[in-house]
Design a protein around this ligand. Structure first.
Ligand code: ADP
Length: 322
């Protein structure tokens, strides 16, 4: 995508986006609802026309290539399966369109159902499947014609949390095993970080940062990206005594960044304590930093107004250039 712009009337939904997807890579497009993710994806498919800029494949502009000639696969939040066809009929749909013979279709359907964990489901009516199974069928259907790019728009958003986590992990390994090049749209950080090799953070129609998950997490380019990722407090890095942190850096903290430790170097006053999932979170006032949160493992009680010592978990701190 080069300087891609998509406008609806006076709304600029996609605002000069440039993004590359390497062969075999999965790029996660992460951003809050309404930031322009689906619009960007639709422009890549050819369903929407860009107002300016271009979508290219291997350097060739796709402007004159219609949707069905782009060789791209699509998967949506609601799998949009054909209710009157069984599982096999859904998976083989694209192969039929491509003129693959019956035996070839049968082999490919079996292979794909095996891949998505639904071996033996070919003759099941899709209406009898659970939500998670339906999305597995939708994935198999999208992958069947071996698309050169797979576009996924919030494919797991309609599922409950536990199922979403499991399917995200499965999706990630399926995309890796099939070496599928993909653009994966989601508003869910965990999903983006599970599935994508590169994550592009989007807000207000623009891409703020594109990086591998660990780099994004450790070095957000600015506060806006950091806040979006879940960092909540910004303090001078020197105040934490972090080894190797350049003096001019700001450290971004989240509730996991500070841990109660009697041998820790920071002294804090307890403001409040609450329990969740076998650990507690303290609201503390750290001299020079103000009020932040810290994690205390176990069920120890810390009197309000008393002092605790804290250490920094460097893996849970991001450094921002000032
Ligand atoms: P996301 O996928 O990140 O939730 P969208 O791409 O759906 O965001 O929407 C981006 C912006 O474009 C929003 O302000 C939305 O209201 C607007 N928009 C999307 N589709 C249309 C449309 N068909 N007509 C007018 N405005 C639209």
């Amino acid at each position: 995508m080069r300087h891609l712009v998509v406008r609806y009337g006076t709304t600029t939904a996609v605002d000069a986006v440039s993004l590359d997807i390497d062969p075999g890579a999965v790029v996660g497009l992460l951003g809050p609802s309404g930031c322009g993710k689906s619009t960007l994806l639709r422009a890549v498919t050819g369903l929407d026309q860009p107002s300016a800029g271009s979508v290219c494949w291997n350097g060739a502009d796709l402007a004159d290539v219609p949707v069905h000639r782009r060789g791209f696969g699509l998967m949506f939040q609601d799998g949009q399966l054909f209710p009157h066809r069984d599982v096999g009929g859904n998976v083989e749909f694209g192969l039929r369109m491509a003129g693959v013979d019956r035996a070839g279709r049968g082999r490919r359907v079996a292979e794909l159902l095996e891949l998505v964990g639904l071996a033996g489901f070919a003759r099941r009516a899709v209406t009898t499947l659970s939500g998670g199974e339906q999305q597995r069928v939708a994935l198999a259907r999208a992958l069947a014609p071996r698309p050169r790019l797979l576009l996924l728009d919030e494919p797991l958003s309609a599922l409950d949390r536990a199922l979403r986590e499991r399917l995200a992990a499965d999706l990630s390994s399926i995309l890796a095993r099939t070496r599928t090049t993909a653009l994966y749209v989601t508003h869910d950080h965990d999903e983006a970080f599970t599935v994508a090799d590169q994550v592009a953070v989007m807000a207000d129609g623009r891409i703020l940062q594109t990086d591998p998950p660990d780099r994004l997490w450790r070095h957000p380019v600015d506060r806006r990206v950091a806040v979006f990722l879940g960092y909540r407090w910004f303090v001078p890095a020197t105040a934490l005594g972090l080894h190797g942190a350049p003096a001019a850096c700001t450290a971004a903290l989240r509730p996991e960044s500070l841990v109660v430790d009697p041998a820790g170097p920071l002294v804090a006053r307890v403001v409040d304590q609450r329990f969740a999932r076998g650990a507690s979170t303290l609201r503390v006032d750290v001299g020079g930093l103000g009020e932040v949160e810290a994690r205390a493992p176990g069920a120890d009680l810390f009197p309000v107004g008393g002092c605790v010592q804290l250490r920094v978990d460097p893996a849970a701190v991001a450094l921002l250039d000032r």
